[in-house]
Design a protein around this ligand. Structure first.
Ligand code: ADP
Ligand code: MG
Length: 699
């Protein structure tokens, strides 16, 4: 399927000379790949800076603290005295204006003797420093003879690295990869090329990796921008291709007469908010359209998305079809099931849950009831998209916390039925530009109103030194029958690391409060987690010590106190999500942000924002300002989520341009045929946005 012309770029980096198994591992880590990276990955790893070696002063004129390239004669060597191998190896050199000392730590004397023979002329490049009044260069970056100097790049790119990977080996690998770059067809239309004065792909890659001028590597320059545009175009084209499949045969309708919905609404112990009603109405309208729905429902934690999702599912069930609700974690899936089951039961709607935990006969029974159409709404995790899960007639896919799933998962779920409608739920308010980039052309519903009766949350920041007072306060709260979340951070994002913080806190609180304390963390078995959560929900335990597993979706309205330990280590969005676990009941709530001193400027700013507001949309904006958008979506690097090269602060205009271009392309050449279609297919494969290509059918 993949155009053959791309093969050289899909060769593994280990095919380069000098890249062995050890480097393979480092490159995987650096480039964030599960498998051996391809040459393309290496080439799309762009420099973040340069070393400018153009300054060629005499020794006397060298400015300390700057990179200089000196032409010197080697005078003498001074090896460390015997028995003091840790002392530096020094080489003295000079030109007609003065002396310079080249200093090496832990150097092999033979190697240095060969590199800098006494009496020879050498070019030495590195950062000069003054030491005892003499110019010194510690570990010069480059030492070359006349011949080497002729080839020495005047400007060396600097890349993000990972421990154990030397910049030299990365540069050599990139330089080799550049020589393998095939001549690819141009996928950008002549008009856009002209308008943006983009260089060719080859020129762009060469110039960012082998810059002529420092500005050549800037993200807003022509070279980087060309690559960013490619990446954005690939992304927008993939989204548009998916979207283009969203047509269904005329006459099919996915919403019924409202009978089930009315029963559910009657069973609700509350009235829907205005924005919930609007969202439901918009969804029902979509479900009746001859074009498939692709709608994002955004709303803060606790804004009541679940019931909206349920009503959408009910509409589908009214016409005898099925809905699936996929959540990223088991806890969240069970939480949804818990909220939904009693309401569905009152309406006579059949709901089941399927996660990794349902096994054997239980799982077989569920699958059978699903295939026969008996189950009307299936709630679960990734288990919903396993190969052997067959739906009778899946018409609506509801995906919670979408940004944790990729296009692949979304497609996998929608491929389980014909012309499936898609509703995405997100608790992280995402700024408009990001919605466009990440989700493509989606319709948007927002739940901005909080359900009635919510009490404000009193949020305070407390130094860790006052922890004993906090614990005393918890004692009083417990005596008064209150329920408390106690959140401890993980050292890393992954749930698979040591849990000492949470476990230690659990132990110490248990010594004080005994059986009233429970612990839940991501490494526990699902059933154990549920048991503890259930005990907390039932009030059998009063303090729940937890890692961030409670972050998403868990609902215990009686909990009215939250202590967040090491609050300075959490991001704004995460703090907001966590705090959203309280203030859900009728009782006034308190959130204590316990921080460790000294508090950095950024952490202080975050804690201030979180104290001042509970409006998720505002917090998202502040977060964007404080930390860059990568973190709003919880991704590691700053930059657009899912994008390596494009950055929304720099390439905002390119985003809209790429989107318009993608729509134009699909209008003119919906099957990506002919020469230009072939070029675009190359683009999609190059940026791994090819998931949608099979949807095009042959040719
Ligand atoms: P989200 O998924 O948006 O974080 P949920 O759907 O879990 O929020 O709802 C949070 C809580 O609010 C649930 O206990 C739910 O029963 C309740 N709830 C939802 N809508 C309303 C409403 N209109 N009025 C009062 N409570 C509501
Ligand atoms: Mg929820």
């Amino acid at each position: 399927m993949r155009p053959e012309i791309l093969n050289p770029l899909f060769a593994p980096v280990t095919s380069l000379s000098g890249v062995g198994p050890k480097q393979d591992k480092l490159f995987r880590y650096l480039l964030d790949r599960a498998d051996t990276p391809r040459l393309a990955d290496l080439l799309l790893h762009l420099p973040t800076g340069v070393i400018d070696r153009r300054a060629r002063p005499k020794i006397r004129d060298a400015v300390p603290g700057t990179v200089v390239t000196l032409e010197v004669t080697v005078d003498r060597h001074r090896a460390p005295p015997p028995g003091r191998s840790r002392a530096p190896y020094m080489v003295y050199a000079s030109d007609d204006t003065g002396d310079v000392v080249l200093t090496f730590f832990r150097a092999k004397p033979d190697f240095i003797a060969k590199l800098l023979p006494v009496g020879a002329k050498r070019y030495v490049s590195g950062t000069g420093q003054l030491y005892d009044g003499t110019l010194q260069i510690v570990h010069p970056d480059r030492i070359v003879d006349e011949e080497g100097f002729a080839k020495l790049p005047q400007i060396d790119p600097v890349y993000p690295l990972t421990e154990g990977l030397a910049i030299g080996s990365l540069r050599r690998a990139v330089a080799q990869a550049l020589t393998k770059l095939p001549k690819l067809p141009e996928w950008i239309s002549p008009e856009v090329l002209r308008r943006c004065s983009f260089p060719t792909l080859s020129e762009a890659l060469h110039r960012v990796h082998i810059p002529d001028e420092p500005v050549d590597i800037l993200p807003d320059g022509r070279f980087w921008s060309r690559l960013a545009y490619d990446e954005l175009l690939a992304g927008q084209l993939a989204l548009a291709l998916v979207r283009a499949q969203l047509r269904r045969p005329a006459g099919t309708r996915n919403a019924g007469d409202g009978e089930l919905r009315h029963k559910i609404i009657d069973a609700l112990p509350y009235a829907l908010t205005g924005s919930q009603q609007e969202a439901v109405a918009a969804i029902i309208e979509d479900l009746k359209q001859p074009v498939r729905m692709l709608r994002l429902l955004q709303g803060d934690v606790g804004s009541g998305k679940t019931v909206v999702a349920l009503l959408a599912a009910a509409a589908v069930a009214e016409v005898g079809k099925q809905a699936a609700l996929m959540a990223p974690t088991e806890i969240l899936a069970r939480q949804h099931a818990k909220t939904i089951a009693p309401l569905a039961a009152r309406a006579g709607m059949r709901v089941a849950i399927l996660t990794g935990r349902e096994k054997g006969k239980e799982r077989r029974d569920i699958l059978q009831a699903l295939e026969s159409g008996e189950i009307q709404l299936l709630i679960g995790t990734h288990a919903l998209i396993q190969d052997d899960v067959t739906y009778h007639d899946l018409a609506l896919a509801i995906v919670d916390e979408q940004h944790r799933f990729g296009v692949r998962e979304r497609l996998a779920l929608t491929n389980k039925g014909d012309a499936v409608d898609v509703l995405v739920l997100s608790a992280t308010p995402i700024p408009r530009t990001l919605v466009l980039t990440y989700f493509g052309d989606m319709d948007l519903s927002e739940l901005r109103e909080k359900p009635a009766g919510r009490q404000p949350i009193d949020t305070r920041a407390v130094s860790e030194q006052r922890l004993p007072e906090v614990i005393d306060g918890i004692g009083r709260a417990l005596a008064a029958g209150k329920r408390v979340y106690w959140i401890c951070p993980l050292v890393e994002e992954s749930e698979n690391v040591k849990l000492t913080d949470a476990e230690q806190r659990f132990e110490s609180l248990r010594q004080r409060f005994g059986d009233q304390v429970g612990l839940v963390h991501g490494r526990m078995k699902g059933s154990d987690k549920d048991r503890v959560m259930a005990q907390f929900a039932a009030g059998e335990i009063g303090v729940l010590v937890a890692t961030t597993v409670v972050e998403v979706g868990v609902d215990v309205p009686e909990a009215s106190i939250m202590v967040i330990e090491n609050a300075e280590r959490f991001g704004l969005a995460q703090l907001h999500q966590l705090r959203g676990r309280i203030g859900r009941g009728s009782e006034a709530s308190t959130c204590l942000l316990v921080y460790r001193e000294p508090l950095g400027e950024l952490s202080a700013a975050r804690l201030k924002v979180i104290r001042e507001t509970t409006d998720g949309f505002r917090i998202a904006e502040e977060d964007l300002k404080l930390r860059g958008e990568g973190d709003v979506l919880g991704t590691r690097q700053s930059g657009l989520p899912g994008y390596r090269i494009a950055r929304s602060e720099v390439h905002a205009q390119l985003i809209t341009q790429a989107r318009d271009e993608a729509l134009r392309i699909l209008k003119e050449n919906p099957k990506l045929q002919g020469e230009s279609g072939e070029a675009l297919r190359c683009l999609l494969y190059l940026y791994e946005r090819d998931e949608a290509i099979p949807l095009l059918g042959a040719g």
